[in-house]
Design a protein around this ligand. Structure first.
Ligand SMILES: [Zn+2]
Length: 132
């Protein structure tokens, strides 16, 4: 995929209903990891869609099969859950992020707003704002 059309985000916004769906999916997938791509309005920097793609779910990690990722101009990044309270990217996450976009959410146990963090593709934490 080619992400050259991205601005480099220092912050992002996410729709409340989208985040709620992500938190619920993370709880439902526990103790395995939930993983999906995120779509939205890149110009406005608003994530508003979960894009379910073929993935292998496991207790340790989930793998998105990047060759099956749709070439969707709305895809902004990814989201996955951690079955532990650690919401920071693993070494594997840092290898995967640049291939999946520029905005990456990690939802750690217990899968609520306080255990949610957002990162850029280099793994730097960025601010996120929940909007209506
Ligand atoms: Zn991870």
């Amino acid at each position: 995929m080619d992400f050259k059309d991205f601005n480099h985000f220092k912050a992002t916004k996410i729709k409340e209903s989208t985040l709620e769906d992500i938190l619920e999916a993370s709880r439902n997938t526990y103790p395995n990891e939930f993983m999906a791509l995120l779509g939205g309005d890149k110009k406005a920097g608003v994530v508003d869609e979960i894009v379910i793609v073929p993935a292998t779910y496991g207790r340790e990690h989930a793998i998105i099969h990047t060759n099956q990722v749709p070439m969707d101009f709305r895809i902004m990044g990814s989201v996955h859950s951690h079955p532990s309270p650690n919401a920071f990217p693993s070494k594997g996450d840092l290898r995967t992020f640049p291939r999946l976009g520029e905005i990456h959410f990690i939802i750690a146990y217990p899968f609520d707003l306080n255990s949610t963090r957002a990162f850029d593709s280099a793994g730097n934490e960025i601010e996120f704002e929940v909007i209506e």
